[in-house]
Design a protein around this ligand. Structure first.
Ligand code: DC
Length: 229
């Protein structure tokens, strides 16, 4: 007997911080009945472990060992990913500023990335997944069924992040500067820098509402599914 139901797709959403990836990926996954996986949360979990163990963010081998010895679990929920480190819920903690900064630093190391990419492939290989990050379309799933590169004007991205975290005044300026620095690091690192895959659809969300972006991606998903029927 042949299975006539369409295969569930692998959808990759990459882009810089503040472009709206998490919100869009989670809404899209809900609409499609897919699972949303935030790959950045895994780098954040490792960064937290490094902070807790007082490890250097520059010690690649120690960080790799830490990753290998950790159980990092992503549990998709309606409100985003619940993240567990060795069974402990660290979902809120990993969004804090020190972990955000450390995640950007631990993620530059090729051996750490190789380990993360292997885990991410295991999680998404069956399809029915919207995975978001920086290198999903270029490294994790270069054969993804649909690749989106979600971008937005840097000033807008900074503002969105500040609004999200309800930050104002001098600390807003410091946070905006940190975001710019993380952006620079993500785009210029030697291993898997943030770049749009050649076959990615680039969406600039500067002047698009969340609904616009989700609707546009849904159209692209429909086209992919139609091509497979
Ligand atoms: O998406 P995020 O802000 O949660 O990601 C945290 C950090 O992890 C970010 O600075 C870049 C890094 N990252 C990465 O290098 N590759 C990914 N696929 C996802 C995140």
């Amino acid at each position: 007997m042949t299975d006539s139901s369409p295969r569930k797709l692998i959808i990759a959403i990459d882009g810089p911080a503040g472009a709206g990836k998490s919100t869009i990926a989670s809404r899209l996954a809900r609409k499609l009945g897919y699972v949303n996986l935030e790959s950045g949360a895994m780098y954040r979990a490792l960064a937290l472990r490094a902070i807790e163990w007082d490890a250097s963010f520059d010690d690649e081998d120690a960080l790799l060992k830490m990753a290998q010895d950790s159980r990092i679990t992503l549990e998709p929920t309606i409100g985003g990913n619940r993240v567990l480190l060795n069974g402990k819920d660290i979902s809120a903690r990993i969004r804090e500023r020190d972990v955000t900064e450390a995640a950007s630093r631990v993620s530059v190391h090729p051996k750490v990335r190789e380990w993360m990419v292997a885990r991410q492939r295991e999680m998404g290989i069956g399809g029915g997944v919207v995975m978001e990050g920086r290198d999903i379309g270029t490294k994790v799933f270069p054969d993804a069924d649909l690749k989106i590169f979600l971008d937005a004007d840097p000033v807008i991205r900074e503002q969105r992040r500040l609004d999200q975290q309800q930050v104002k005044g001098p600390s807003a300026q410091a946070m905006a500067a940190e975001l710019r620095e993380r952006d620079r690091r993500d785009r210029t690192r030697a291993a898997s820098p943030l770049v749009a895959a050649e076959d990615a659809v680039v969406l600039d969300s500067t002047n698009m509402s969340e609904d616009d972006v989700v609707n546009r991606i849904e159209e692209l998903v429909e086209q992919q599914l139609a091509a497979r029927r």
